[in-house]
Design a binder for this molecule. Structure first.
Ligand SMILES: [Mg+2]
Length: 121
């Protein structure tokens, strides 16, 4: 069981992730709608894992990832990617992201990725 912070500007994506993760025994520590809120909530909630959308208003997922890793080098962050974001995926690895989940979501892949990340670090 992991406590997970979902950072995504799409209400539909947040709900989809919450439903799948809760169904698989995980706890949603919180939901943030942009990178700025995501970083604030990370500091407050200290989740085990963050799922981080890339494209968001105010502060995107890459900038939020950088802040989180600077604040907590042991943070476990999974980037949520869409088609055509290969360069951003390369950057995310460089900044310390551990794994990726792609949109549209694949339920089995999501559950497996959370397990894999829980076992790392
Ligand atoms: Mg988005």
């Amino acid at each position: 069981m992991a406590r997970i912070l979902i950072v995504d500007d799409s209400r539909t994506s947040r709900k989809f992730l919450r439903d799948i993760l809760e169904k698989n025994g995980h706890e949603i520590a919180g939901e943030a709608v942009n990178g700025k809120e995501g970083f604030e909530m990370y500091q407050k909630l200290k989740p085990d894992i963050v799922t981080m959308d890339i494209t968001m208003p105010e502060m995107d997922g890459l900038d939020c990832l950088k802040l989180i890793i600077r604040y907590d080098p042991g943070a476990r962050v999974i980037m949520v990617t869409a088609a055509g974001q290969q360069q951003k995926m390369v950057d995310a690895v460089k900044y310390g992201a551990l794994e990726f989940m792609s949109k549209p979501f694949d339920t089995i892949k999501i559950v497996e990725t959370i397990q894999k990340v829980m076992q790392s670090k």
